[in-house]
Ligand binder design. Structure first.
Ligand SMILES: [Zn+2]
Ligand SMILES: [Zn+2]
Length: 260
């Protein structure tokens, strides 16, 4: 199993995952050049990627799709409503588009899509299951619904949004409408909400990438302090039960990166 967050944040998102020899990308919100280069750095070849599963149509999750798909003809998987809402839909090779149901298979992997609360057409998170491992990606969500909480249970690896600090957001420079959107039920997850989701999740030495961190309304040190503070107070052991890492916008972060 390998998981690498190739990029994470409002300027572009992409995650690489491999279980039992099946290789996938979750979202492609950075350039094809960056994706190919990042994979090379991991000793991986883009030609071995069997699919891109897409969470939703916001540009920071699909900006690299057109080139990636035209150049390498990788199958794309997403909700039909998500495909229909993509700004680049006309440019995508139609035979690459695979509208999904809640569960489907790619290679050796069972893929489960679960609904998330976010201001997009029909946004989802994903769990990948195979070889007795489970990888879950849940970013871009206004709050943790019970089905999200259930989906993240027993993940070996979890990419979870920790977008903002509510105080930094409310005191920051964003226009009021945008603040309201981010804080709303269909916006983005705060550090505290991410921490409580981790407290409640059923854990098995779970490795967590804290992701989609805002450059304006959060900072790595504050996110780490807030989240570890809540987790430790609940008696959860960091480093054994839960291992936490910060995903980054401009740097590839792998499972053997630096823990917080
Ligand atoms: Zn996003
Ligand atoms: Zn989004």
């Amino acid at each position: 199993m390998q998981v690498a967050v190739l990029a994470s944040g409002s300027k572009g998102n992409a995650v690489f995952a491999e279980i039992g020899g099946t290789r996938l990308l979750i979202d492609a919100g950075i350039s094809t050049r960056r994706i190919v280069k990042a994979l090379e750095g991991l000793g991986e070849d883009i030609k071995d990627v069997q699919g891109v599963i897409i969470t939703h149509e916001h540009r920071d999750h699909i900006a690299g799709l057109t080139t990636l798909c035209k150049k390498y003809h990788i199958p794309l998987y997403s909700r039909l409503e998500t495909f229909r809402s993509m700004y680049c839909l006309d440019k995508l090779p139609q035979d690459c588009l695979n509208p999904i149901q809640d569960s489907f298979k790619i290679g050796q992997l069972a893929v489960n899509a679960f609904n998330i609360s976010h201001d997009a057409a029909n946004p989802v998170g994903y769990s990948l299951i195979g070889d007795n491992k489970k990888i879950t990606v849940a970013t871009d969500l206004g709050f943790v619904t019970s089905n999200v909480q259930e989906a993240i249970d027993n993940s070996d690896v979890l990419v979870l949004e920790a977008n903002h600090d509510p105080e930094m957001l409310s005191e920051g420079s964003y226009p009021w409408m945008l603040k309201k959107r981010i804080m709303g039920n269909r916006g983005h997850l705060s550090n505290g909400d991410a921490a409580w989701a981790l407290v409640r999740m059923k854990k098995r030495e779970s490795h967590v990438f804290l992701a989609h961190m805002s450059a304006e309304n959060n900072c790595p040190k504050l996110a780490a302090e807030t989240i570890t503070g809540i987790i430790k107070k609940q008696g959860i052991k960091l480093g054994s039960e839960l291992m936490l890492q910060l995903a980054k916008q401009n740097e590839v972060v792998t499972l053997d990166g630096q823990f917080i």
